[in-house]
Design a protein around this ligand. Structure first.
Ligand SMILES: [Zn+2]
Length: 65
């Protein structure tokens, strides 16, 4: 009465053990987190660059006291 796992067609994103082994899922999750962290770091750096430049200019100006 039971359907064999090999006979049924799995849709994309199927969450059964056959389609998404734990290792594969963890790997994907890890890669996604790494990508997100990289993007966040990049955004933080882009936001911080003008402040660093302004600070450098200010200290350069203030250096001539
Ligand atoms: Zn499946």
């Amino acid at each position: 009465m039971r359907h064999r796992p090999k006979d049924i067609v799995h849709p994309i994103g199927c969450a059964c053990r056959h389609c998404t082994p734990r290792a594969c899922r963890n790997r994907r999750f890890d890669l996604a987190i790494r990508a997100a962290t990289r993007v966040l770091f990049l955004i933080a750096a882009i936001i911080a660059i003008p402040f660093i430049i302004a600070h450098a200019l200010a200290s350069a100006k203030g250096d001539g006291r």
